[in-house]
Design a protein around this ligand. Structure first.
Ligand SMILES: C[S@@+](CC[C@H](N)C(=O)[O-])C[C@H]1O[C@@H](n2cnc3c(N)ncnc32)[C@H](O)[C@@H]1O
Length: 391
């Protein structure tokens, strides 16, 4: 029986296209889908599982340059910036420029993606390439999971799903929850190619790298006997930061640099160990955080945020959804920065460190500002509070 033979291995195919900066223009086509999704990329021919499909081509820039551009780009352009880790540093492919490349037009599907982004090294430079996760039929839209969990269109899609609840379960195939699916995708064993999988969520991988770095800088292993694994923290962060404000909901969201400035200020303001000589209770820590973050607000002006356990319960309950914007009380007297601060999500990771003590790490993150906040900002906004005693 005749077998279909590939001319090239998928990896060689990817390298050949990447080095020449060309797409499979005869096998793929761009189509306008609708006003919600815009354009998308479609297969004109069938592909086999593992095939190289298209490169996410753009300008390779450093994380510093990516940071700078995020500060000046409109959110419609920042969505074209793909951050990834290579050689223990963060890089970015900036595909904001409207050119004829096809990879930049591939839409997100975090539930049933048919492709996966992998890093391919060609002529000593990293390239981001999409490979088929399964066989793809001619006519199918090419998709991959953008990672993260706070993309505004996912929320809108959810609303649309809910609106179609009147259909019976037979008519609406049950889809696994996004977080489960993401975990599944992440667990997909790397195939035999030497291309490397690009972590699903660049922001979280950066946080992970940063966490490892900073954790090592500041905490000795004795100090953190049972520190939560990075993946636990990552999962927790994904859960907690999932809730977003769409850009319409947060029209005055500050620039990245404003947020960084604010964070630096606030981080510096936070609790030094001298300031917390008697190991405050969780609620004290929380109250202190509100005080510190609110700066000039009086206690009446600062709406009470839920207690740590409420936040935790809420997170567990709702999975991806934490506090919705409706749940964050609005105060007309608040300044722009103050409002922004309140949109930050609180995340806690508790560690039991024996002898009736627990350490509470509290994170405030701007990851869910409704736009893709730069990783650096996310990290800068991570505030680690000091040990709290249970008794
Ligand atoms: C990298 S671009 C993809 C190409 C884009 N559709 C276009 O026409 O330029 C990312 C943008 O596409 C849209 N998009 C991507 N995936 C989507 C999805 N699953 N549902 C709705 N919009 C999506 C969002 O507007 C997002 O900002």
């Amino acid at each position: 029986m005749a077998t279909i033979r590939r001319r090239n291995t998928p990896l060689k195919d990817a390298i050949a296209h990447a080095t020449r900066a060309i797409d499979k223009a005869r096998e793929l086509e761009v189509k306008y889908i609708n006003s919600f999704k815009g354009r998308g990329l479609f297969a004109k021919v069938p592909y086999q599982k593992g095939d190289f499909i298209v490169e996410y081509r753009g300008e390779l820039i450093s994380s510093q340059e990516s940071e700078r551009r995020r500060g000046i780009y409109h959110s419609k352009c920042t969505v074209f910036m793909f951050d990834f880790c290579w050689k223990e540093r963060m890089w970015c492919i900036d595909a904001a420029q409207e050119d004829d490349s096809l990879g930049r037009l591939v839409n997100d599907d975090h539930i049933y993606p048919n492709c996966k982004m992998k890093r391919v090294i060609a002529e000593g430079k990293p390239h981001l390439c999409l490979f088929a996760l399964r066989d793809i039929k001619a006519g199918e839209e090419i998709t991959y999971d953008y990672g993260g969990s706070d993309w505004p269109w996912r929320k809108q899609a959810k609303v649309q799903e809910t609106a179609s609840d009147t259909l019976s379960s037979e008519e609406v195939p049950q889809s696994p929850s996004p977080s489960k699916m993401q975990a599944k995708v992440q667990n997909t064993a790397a195939d035999t190619m030497s291309s490397e999988e690009v972590p699903q969520s660049p922001s979280f991988s950066e946080m992970q790298a940063k966490t490892q770095e900073t954790g090592a800088d500041t905490l000795s292993s004795e100090e953190v006997p049972q520190s939560p694994s990075v993946s636990e923290m990552q999962a927790k962060t994904q859960e907690t930061s999932a809730d977003t404000l769409s850009s319409e909901e947060a029209p005055q969201s500050p620039s990245v640099s404003e947020m960084q400035a604010k964070t630096q200020e606030t981080s510096a303001d936070t609790l030094s160990s001298e300031e917390v000589p008697q190991s405050p209770s969780v609620s004290e820590v929380q109250a202190k955080t509100q005080e510190t973050s609110a700066d000039t607000l009086s206690s009446e002006e600062v709406p009470q945020s839920p207690s740590v356990s409420e936040v935790q319960a809420k997170t567990q309950e709702t999975g991806a959804d934490t506090l919705s914007s409706e749940e964050v009380p609005q105060s007309p007297s608040l300044s722009h920065m103050q409002r922004m601060w309140m949109y930050m999500r609180t995340m806690t990771v508790e560690q039991h460190v024996g002898q009736g003590h627990k350490r509470v790490w509290m994170y405030l993150t701007t990851a869910s500002m409704g736009q893709h906040v730069s990783h650096k900002s996310v990290w800068l906004n991570v505030i680690r509070l000091k040990m709290a005693r249970l008794h």
